[in-house]
Design a protein around this ligand. Structure first.
Ligand code: CTP
Length: 310
């Protein structure tokens, strides 16, 4: 839709996870498109909405328009976002954004090098015959990737690396993201990034300033990972489990992880959450409420707990 409209494709870039996943030969559930200029982003969102007759949710303060598509075996959604610079007024604050930004500025504000690559829509090509049902039918050449921070090199070396030293102070949820990506792709967290994640200032000052709702959101994302136990184990190695979740009983938590990893247990995300509650020192419902877990998820978790333990 956008690729064929030169007026739009010149201003739009595919960014973040979709580029990382494509370079790893994986498919992504979500697409992130960045557009330079706030008015341009709005016209791109309106154009898509008109053409394919779907509505979007606008997050004006972030210049972002979110589309959800419910179709099997295809992208589940996409975001049209205005390129932005960010400034964090204090540790763990929501950023103050500035839309007077280029794609380069937008890439430098991101979490990890492997997530900070972009491809201009204008250079994306269409293959004449689709190889498989899963294949989108589109391609780009690696040479056309805008990679200002060594993302491709880190991707081939299997490394999770922050782009700047303040990354975890600005946004400590990125520590959980680092563990998720490391577990998901079997990557290592790069040495300086490890050092920064273990920094006492992050533990003592930044993480405690996060809202419980933001931590709860990360907990849900973590529990939906393919390897949630490995992710939790990595967080323990980083020494941050108690900082994010003070009610977790660390001894029970470690025994539980060890046992389940030895048995190679796999979980649904509801199953993972309900098991995690068995190593928490406060009542399950209080824990779920504390982290603002949605009513629907809470209901499923509590019902599974009742069925398992009566
Ligand atoms: N991002 C960031 N800091 C965060 C969250 C996100 O810099 N705390 C940036 C990253 O560039 C990321 C992009 O926003 O690639 C999109 O975020 P998200 O959709 O959460 O992650 P994906 O990288 O797409 O990973 P996933 O496969 O888990 O969806």
């Amino acid at each position: 839709l956008l690729i064929n409209e030169k007026a739009f494709s010149d201003k739009c870039y595919l960014v973040g996870g979709v580029i990382r996943d494509a370079l790893l030969d994986l498919t992504s559930a979500d697409l992130d498109i960045v557009v330079e200029g706030k008015k341009n982003a709005l016209s791109v969102a309106s154009h898509i909405s008109r053409k394919i007759k779907i509505t979007y949710t606008a997050h004006q303060s972030f210049g972002t328009y979110v589309f959800k598509v419910s179709a099997k075996n295809c992208f589940c959604g996409f975001d049209i976002a205005t390129a932005r610079k960010e400034n964090y007024p204090h540790p763990a604050a929501l950023p103050v954004v500035n839309f007077d930004a280029t794609i380069k500025d937008d890439l430098f504000r991101r979490d990890f090098t492997i997530n900070a690559m972009a491809v201009p829509l204008a250079v994306i090509g269409k293959v004449s015959n689709q190889i498989s049902y899963n294949d989108s039918g589109y391609f780009f050449y690696p040479e056309s990737v805008i990679d200002l921070v060594g993302g491709m090199k880190d991707l081939s070396n299997g490394l999770i690396r922050v782009i700047h030293n303040n990354s975890f102070i600005d946004d400590p949820t990125r520590i959980i993201r680092a563990a998720r990506f490391a577990a998901r792709f079997g990557f290592k967290i790069e040495k300086n990034t490890l050092f920064l994640a273990k920094d006492e200032k992050v533990k003592m000052d930044a993480i405690p300033r996060l809202s419980n709702a933001r931590i709860g959101n990360e907990l849900i994302l973590l529990s939906k990972e393919k390897y949630p136990l490995k992710t939790l184990h990595l967080l323990d190695e980083l020494g941050v489990v108690k900082s994010f979740f003070p009610d977790i009983n660390l001894d029970k938590f470690r025994r539980w992880i060890k046992d389940k990893r030895n048995k190679k247990t796999t979980f649904s995300y509801i199953g993972l959450l309900s098991e995690l509650l068995s190593v928490v020192d406060i009542p399950s419902v209080d824990f779920l409420n504390k982290y603002s877990i949605s009513r629907a998820i809470k209901k499923e978790v509590l019902s599974l707990l009742r069925r398992s333990y009566g």
